[in-house]
Design a protein. Structure first.
Length: 342
């Protein structure tokens, strides 16, 4: 129970991935042919895009795939900025300092330099290397155009995999550069079988009602189901896991940070609200819309007058709409909590 199950049970091979049969089958054929084009993975959060990228690299390069596979998260660059860059030891030589205040270059200039350098490196014991850029919707237009030029320049020895939850945010030349593969959350049938398999491996007992409750809450999201089930095991204290335990685990997951965010917004404590937003986006890896969904659930049950709840709901809906076209989820969330105070 010391390991996170989302890490422990992450597939390392394409054949072990649950669901997304069409996309996985395409990747398997590409791996066999050894002829990989640039790829664009798109679909909702936690639908298996990153897992598929890592599994493809394993199929191509074996256990030492890290030698020819580089992972970047675009949101780390453009949401966290220079404070993230100095923490990543891969960039120390390029930055020349570990103090973000001493970095004179813009984040986009650093991004271009880093991607260009990694793309220009020759592959090791392979015909080409792979650079995987997750959350690519965080790239602004200038970064995307620069990335397109780098992809064209090094296409002979480097393949790019881009993953995004919002393909419409990518410029058309990027979308057309590679093979587009869609990833979705898995069906209840497949997720239910997966949950039973994990329960058997871990030696836990979960009732049929507990499984159905977990499926209802997870809605096909394997990561959510694993996290919730692991919390439920701790709450059950060795007893069979039923619907009540699943409900308690869900409430613990839902209320924690969101309750802190809501209370900070209500109190007009913007500094505290920003800290909670950073924790949820950076440390917990939530997408902006996931924060809005959870905040809406708290607002609905907060016990405030109906008129006030209605006003807050409208503000959340407005933020959700703006987030579809925004380049930075954090800015929209900070604007929302500031508006809550008014």
């Amino acid at each position: 129970m010391t390991d996170l199950w989302i890490v422990k049970y992450r597939p390392s091979r394409l054949e072990d991935i649950v669901g997304n049969e069409e996309s996985v089958s395409t990747l398997q054929r590409l791996a066999v042919s050894r002829n990989i084009p640039h790829l664009l993975f798109y679909g909702p959060v936690n639908s298996g895009k990153a897992t598929a990228a890592f599994a493809l690299a394993y199929e191509l390069y074996g256990e030492g795939f890290e030698r020819n596979f580089t992972y970047f998260n675009a949101s780390d660059f453009f949401d966290q900025g220079k404070s993230y860059l100095v923490r990543d030891k891969r960039f120390t030589r390029i930055l020349g300092t570990d103090d973000p205040r001493k970095i004179q270059k813009s984040v986009i200039s650093i991004f271009k330099e880093i991607i260009n350098e990694y793309a220009s490196m020759a592959p090791i014991d392979a015909d080409y290397k792979i650079i995987f850029i997750d959350s690519s919707q965080a790239l602004d237009s200038n970064a995307q155009h620069a990335l397109r030029r780098i992809m064209e320049k090094y296409t002979a020895t480097c393949r790019f995999i881009l993953a995004t939850t919002q393909p419409s945010r990518l410029i058309a030349p990027l979308r057309s550069r590679g093979l587009n593969l869609f990833f979705r959350h898995v069906s209840d049938e497949k997720l239910g079988s997966f949950i039973k398999k994990i329960a058997e491996i871990e030696g836990i007992v979960i009732t049929e009602e507990g499984i159905q409750a977990l499926l209802y809450y997870s809605r096909g999201n394997i990561a959510t189901s694993l996290n919730t089930l692991q919390v439920a095991v701790l709450l059950a204290h060795g007893e069979p896991i039923g619907i009540e335990v699943i409900y308690d685990a869900v409430m613990r997951e839902e209320i924690g940070d969101i309750r802190l965010l809501f209370e900070a917004a209500m109190a007009g404590n913007i500094a505290q609200a920003r800290k909670v937003i950073d924790h949820m986006l950076i440390d917990n890896g939530f997408a902006g819309y996931e924060v809005l969904e959870r905040l809406h659930k708290i607002v609905v049950i907060c016990g405030e007058p109906e008129e006030r709840i209605a006003r807050w709901t409208i503000k959340i809906a407005d933020a959700n709409f703006k987030m579809l076209y925004a380049a930075n989820d954090r800015i929209q969330l900070e604007a929302l909590v500031t508006d809550f105070c008014n």
